[in-house]
Design a protein around this ligand. Structure first.
Ligand SMILES: [Zn+2]
Length: 263
């Protein structure tokens, strides 16, 4: 089955991972901009990172036949350095014009505070201005309250919720994200957070409309093949191929095509 991986930080992975993804059926992937572990001290470090994702990572993926797109933003964690975040935001518009940028993200909450909210609002406005959807990182701690607040903020802005991918949902937040009219993303990890079994339960409870799964493929204990492992779990429970295709292809395609930039 062809797979559209909607959230993978391939910057943190090896070429063997690209090879494994290609063999597993991944034809398209979206790499969101995020923090890199070590907190950055200079705005220039962000711009080099954005260029790296747009240029180098794009051609690295292409070598394995994978079409790579990106989402760019000032991430919530580092936006707590106010001056630095402001400097990055001033340059962000010229990056959002690039043809492979399919959303503004990851934006959202890390510690859930007023500064993070201010940069979330500013970037949601930028997304509206550039007619791009947004990819939201929901916080690890206080996830339910964080998502609830992000939805309230967007509703207060009259933001079109069909343009929102609320990511890293778990059992108690998926219904809230869907009810608000967002698309609901889920990160499946090998040892912590959502397992393929838990993810399959969430799909049995909530259906497949507006639902997406991803591997994150980041710096921590993660596995870029978690989408494939989740498909195997769902098949073992008798899920229909039509629903599986919706989950790993039709839904991410429908969401990111709102950018007008998918080819
Ligand atoms: Zn991420």
């Amino acid at each position: 089955m062809r797979i559209f991986e909607p959230h993978a930080h391939m910057y943190a992975r090896t070429t063997q991972d690209y090879e494994a993804l290609a063999k597993s059926g991944v034809e398209v992937l979206v790499e969101p901009a995020f923090w890199l572990g070590e907190t950055r001290k200079y705005a220039g470090s962000f711009f080099d990172y954005f260029d790296h994702l747009i240029n180098y990572e794009h051609s690295r993926a292409a070598r394995y036949g994978i079409k790579q797109y990106v989402t760019l933003a000032m991430n919530p964690k580092e936006s707590n350095n106010y001056e630095l975040a402001q400097e990055v935001l001033e340059e962000l518009p010229r990056y959002l014009e690039r043809p492979t940028v399919v959303a503004v993200g990851e934006v959202g909450f890390d510690a859930i505070n007023a500064t993070e909210e201010e940069f979330f609002v500013k970037q949601a406005e930028l997304a509206r201005q550039f007619k791009l959807p947004i990819l939201i990182h929901s916080p690890h701690l206080g996830k339910f309250e964080g998502i609830k607040r992000l939805i309230e903020v967007l509703q207060g802005m009259n933001f079109d919720m069909d343009q929102v991918l609320m990511d890293h949902n778990v059992e108690d937040t998926t219904p809230m994200s869907l009810k608000a009219g967002c698309w609901a993303g889920h990160t499946v990890y090998p040892i912590s957070k959502l397992s393929p079994e838990r993810m399959a339960n969430i799909l049995e409870d909530n259906g497949y409309d507006r639902m997406m799964i991803n591997s994150a493929a980041d710096w921590g204990p993660s596995d870029p093949l978690m989408v494939t492992h989740t498909l195997a779990e769902l098949r073992s429970r008798g899920a229909s191929e039509k629903n599986l295709e919706k989950l790993v292809w039709d839904n991410p395609w429908a969401f990111f095509s709102k950018s007008g930039r998918l080819k």
